[in-house]
Design a protein around this ligand. Structure first.
Ligand code: BGC
Length: 924
């Protein structure tokens, strides 16, 4: 048996409404024989239901082992068309598979001319300075024929939710998503054949502020993209007789408001059930008293199909406990910090206003705490209509929480009255980790939950306070772990599109994406106004203005423009992402080069060096411009100190990283001259770094863990000083009694660098440390997600600070990669990315008796599981078909290795294997 399965187009299973002109196909292979490799494939694409009679593309037999990202090469794909595709494969055992079952994809509206709809907005009186009731728009229409199929193409300024004849269209939340709206507004495509029927039908659409005009950012500013919401909808019906009918948003729609009196991501919803409009999204509703709509100017050219992954309700969690806190409040503990909301059931007199307030932790007295949410009110208010039992859950907001304080609940709140709904982007979970250390297992679970909580339409920093933005640095460091934990290909591809859209002409990339503050003047005006009206403190004002004006070139943040595509290449073998972003990466590098030519850098080097001729050679490759966030939140560094100090060393390190990655990328893309140029640049930056920053005996200044980690990782140490630099790092770790001294930028690579440079024991000591600062400290303090600060909750139960206190920030969760790649040993091979070749290299250590990681890679599932006993080290490995692996046995066990009773020949402690399951036994 051998077959292709798991067919995907552009990372997705059967996607509807895509607009990629040359989509790419991926499949996995199942085989009942070991050592199976694909030797050939044949792909066929045909119009749907054609039974592959009239194919638009037949690749013919291609002798190739490539099974991911096969680019479509057929005739032009048409708007609205659905295509079926199938694949058959040949293998090295001489077998030819059957055709796979057909998969499909459907194109969206590919040209602006396909749109007949116009954008409209409700003609309602609104106060732009506050949250207004959510508009409801509706339209009735007649369908005259027998329906074959129907599609709804829909977009909005703000958020929308649509219904047809009372049935919700799709299950996506927060559509159309947050993009750089001026340049790109996403529209979704839904198959709405089912809810429609011949005769009178009705469509109803709810709109809400969302990212478009709701509160955004730590400045808590509104209307960043405009003051008015808008709807663009086009319903296309095809009849069985081949004719069709199209219904569009136009000035014949009606609008009013209803039960959602307020909706905002930061502040939550206010829902008054007494104001529900029964039947509003069904035919026959009397809307004569409703208002009209007004056409809005809108550039159809900015429309784009979604590339990413929709947000959905993903999980439900029952209350762990309902507490009566010392303050006498009723607080529900769901036992897990998450993003989403609570669904509540209650019965009481009409108008009873029940408030649910969301919080991540209890304070040290055991009371509900939410001061860390800053401006975000994070509460939902439910006003009862007064029926026997009513249930409510919000739809246009989400909260980061583990605890819900319920106020004014009529009667006694029982567990069956409330459920937490976890809401996140529907990316499949692809990794699993388990070991003999329950704290490590909890750490892994916390990492997964932090990713769930921060993969909400875009990669955010945190889901709870007034921030929730696409901070570039956070995903730069967490990206590789993200690609393990979840299938993040489509999700990050979509975000990178915004990054490119937000890039400035001079090449600078914003530190948050999407960037609602590209126009600093507008931001300043809004901020000053807020300061006056709401008494925003001067400190906050100065802080935020400083960051947004002067830290815009932040090293380690904006470099995500190069790191993130590279990560997608490495983990998913995606070269198109490198092609797509190549010019953008080059532009960022040129920006940095231009800034480095600034002789101002001399001010930041030892004046004695001014008189050395070499200094003049190196100074233009030494970058100290602008301010930077530094090794953000490293222990003991206040935010400001981190910003000031970082100027001195970090920009050059990332300048070098960028050159290095760019030279590799250029090589992959076959651009030899560029590859050589960036390699040269890298060498020049490296020399400059060594000239200005490396002291004798591999010492760096400043002498801190992060500097050694990053310098070693970027290969910046002189060869002869590498060993000393590693020893210096070990000295610092041991000197800190095996505790972390790193922030956002150093942490992800700390254990890797130690382990790869001969000190796995030190890496284990850091990892298994339970005193702060450490990963497991948080776990012992009951964390269920990753914290922003190492010591967000201190030993004495007090909090780190009110202003920066997130309990759900994935940056430090980047250690997940170490658990999967190093401890369990499922490693990527840069030369054959996307796990076409796997490096199984387990690293037993600490007091671990066993560890296991499985990873559902783009090529299929990989497993590495080991167990140590006094007599042996047993390693179980599973490699999917069409993949090969090098299995490297840990030093002391790499002697007598048998597999199924047969001695395994080793070279340098390793053996090569093809697909299949293996159990290796190594004598202790
Ligand atoms: C965010 C971070 C972000 C940082 C920039 C914070 O407020 O929460 O995660 O990267 O600012 O330094």
């Amino acid at each position: 048996m051998m077959e292709a399965f798991g067919l995907r187009v552009e990372y997705k299973k059967n996607p509807i409404g895509i607009d990629v002109a040359l989509p790419r196909f991926c499949w996995k292979i199942r085989s009942d024989r070991r050592e199976t490799m694909q030797t050939g494939y044949r792909v066929q694409v045909s119009p749907a239901r054609d039974g592959f009679e009239n194919v638009v593309w037949d690749s013919g037999l291609q002798e190739s082992d490539q099974s991911i990202h096969i680019v479509y090469e057929g005739s032009e794909l048409g708007s609205r068309q659905r295509y079926e595709w199938r694949v058959k494969v040949w293998d090295n055992h001489g077998r030819e598979s059957d055709w796979s079952g057909p998969a499909w994809f459907e194109m969206g509206l590919l040209a602006p001319a396909d749109w007949k709809a116009e954008m409209v907005r409700p003609d309602l009186e609104e106060d732009p300075e506050r949250s207004n009731p959510c508009p409801m728009l509706r339209k009735e229409f007649e369908l005259t024929g027998e329906i074959e199929s129907a599609r709804l193409y829909i977009a909005a300024r703000g958020l929308y939710e649509a219904w047809i004849n009372g049935r919700r269209v799709g299950e996506d939340l927060f559509t159309p998503g947050w993009t750089t709206y001026e340049k790109c507004l996403q529209y979704q495509t839904y198959d709405v054949t089912d809810p429609l029927s011949s005769g009178t039908n009705a469509i109803g659409v709810l709109l809400s502020d969302g990212w478009f005009r709701g509160h955004l950012s730590p400045m808590n500013l509104r209307n960043m993209y405009g003051e008015k919401l808008g709807l663009l909808a086009q319903l296309e019906v095809r009849y069985k007789d081949g004719t069709g009918q199209t219904l569009v948003s136009d000035n014949a729609w009606r609008a009013d408001t209803g039960p959602i009196r307020e909706a905002d991501f930061f502040n939550g919803e206010v829902y008054d059930a007494r104001m529900e409009r029964p039947g509003w999204n069904h035919p026959g509703f009397d809307d004569s008293g409703w208002h009209g709509v007004i056409p809005v100017d809108f550039d159809l050219k900015t429309l784009a199909a979604p590339v990413g992954v929709p947000v959905r309700k993903m999980e439900e969690i029952r209350p762990g406990a309902i507490l009566e806190t010392p303050a006498g409040e009723t607080v529900v503990d769901f036992g897990q910090n998450l993003s989403g909301w609570a669904r509540l059931t209650a019965a009481g007199p009409p108008g009873t206003a029940i408030t649910m307030r969301y919080g991540e932790v209890l304070d040290r007295e055991g009371n509900f705490y939410n001061k860390n949410l800053r401006h975000a009110k994070s509460r939902d208010v439910f006003l009862l209509k007064g029926e026997e039992e009513e249930t409510y859950e919000p739809r246009f907001t989400f909260h980061g929480f583990r605890y819900v304080k319920v106020e004014n609940y009529p009667g006694r709140l029982e567990p069956e009255h409330i459920t937490a709904v976890a809401v996140y982007s529907d990316c499949e979970i692809t990794a699993d980790f388990d070991s003999s250390n329950p704290l490590l297992n909890r750490l892994f679970s916390n990492i997964v939950w932090s990713q769930k909580g921060n993969f909400v339409d875009l990669p955010t920093d945190c889901p709870q306070r007034d921030e929730r933005m696409g901070w570039t640095g956070d995903i730069l460091v967490y990206g590789p772990t993200a690609c393990h934990v979840m299938m993040s290909g489509a999700f990050l591809t979509r975000w990178l599109r915004d990054l490119k859209n937000d890039q400035r002409e001079d090449g600078l990339v914003p530190f948050i994406v999407p960037d609602p503050f590209s126009d600093l003047k507008v931001m300043r005006r809004k901020l000053i106004r807020r300061m006056r009206e709401e008494k925003l403190s001067l400190v906050t004002f100065v802080d935020l203005s400083f960051a947004f004006h002067f830290v815009r070139e932040a090293a380690g943040w904006i470099d995500a423009a190069i790191f993130a595509p590279w990560t997608l290449y490495l983990y998913y073998g995606d070269t198109r992402i490198l092609e797509t972003h190549y010019e953008s990466m080059k532009a960022l590098f040129s920006f940095r080069e231009h800034r480095a030519k600034h002789l101002g850098s001399l001010l930041y080097v030892n004046p004695l060096k001014w008189f050395q001729p070499k200094t003049w050679k190196h100074i233009t490759r030494f970058l100290t411009t602008s301010w930077h966030f530094g090794d953000w939140l490293a222990p003991g560094d206040g935010m400001n100190r981190s910003i000031v100090k970082s100027k001195l060393y970090l920009p050059t390190v990332f300048f070098a990283f960028d050159a290095l990655l760019l030279s590799r990328i250029a090589e992959i893309l076959g651009k030899g001259d560029d590859a050589a140029l960036y390699r040269r640049r890298y060498e020049e930056i490296k020399e400059a770094y060594q000239h200005f920053r490396v002291k004798k005996s591999g010492r760096l200044w400043p002498d801190r863990q992060t500097h050694y980690v990053l310098a070693l990782l970027a290969g910046l140490m002189p060869e002869e000083a590498r060993g000393d630099a590693v020893e210096n790092l070990v000295r610092l770790v041991r000197g800190a009694e095996n505790r972390i001294d790193t922030g956002f930028l150093g942490t992800p690579f700390l254990c890797h660098i130690l382990a790869e440079n001969g000190h796995p024991d030190v890496a284990y000591d850091l990892l298994l440390q339970t005193e702060a600062p450490s990963w497991l400290y948080q776990v012992t303090k009951g964390a269920t997600t990753i914290w922003e600060h190492w010591d967000a909750i201190r030993e004495d139960g007090s909090f780190h600070s009110e202003r920066m206190l997130s309990f759900n920030h994935y940056a430090y969760g980047a250690i997940g990669l170490f658990l999967l790649e190093k401890i369990a040993g499922v490693g990527v091979d840069e030369k054959k990315p996307g796990y076409k070749h796997v490096l199984i290299r387990p690293m037993p250590g600490g007091d671990l008796k066993n560890a296991r990681a499985s990873y559902d890679s783009i090529h299929g599932r990989i497993l590495s599981e080991w167990e140590i006993s006094s007599r042996s080290f047993v390693l179980r490995v599973e490699i999917p078909a069409n993949v090969r692996a090098t299995v490297v046995f840990p030093g002391s066990y790499a002697r007598e290795v048998t597999e199924n009773g047969t001695v395994v020949p080793l070279r340098d402690g390793a053996t090569e294997v093809g697909s299949g399951s293996y159990v290796f036994e190594c004598k202790a």
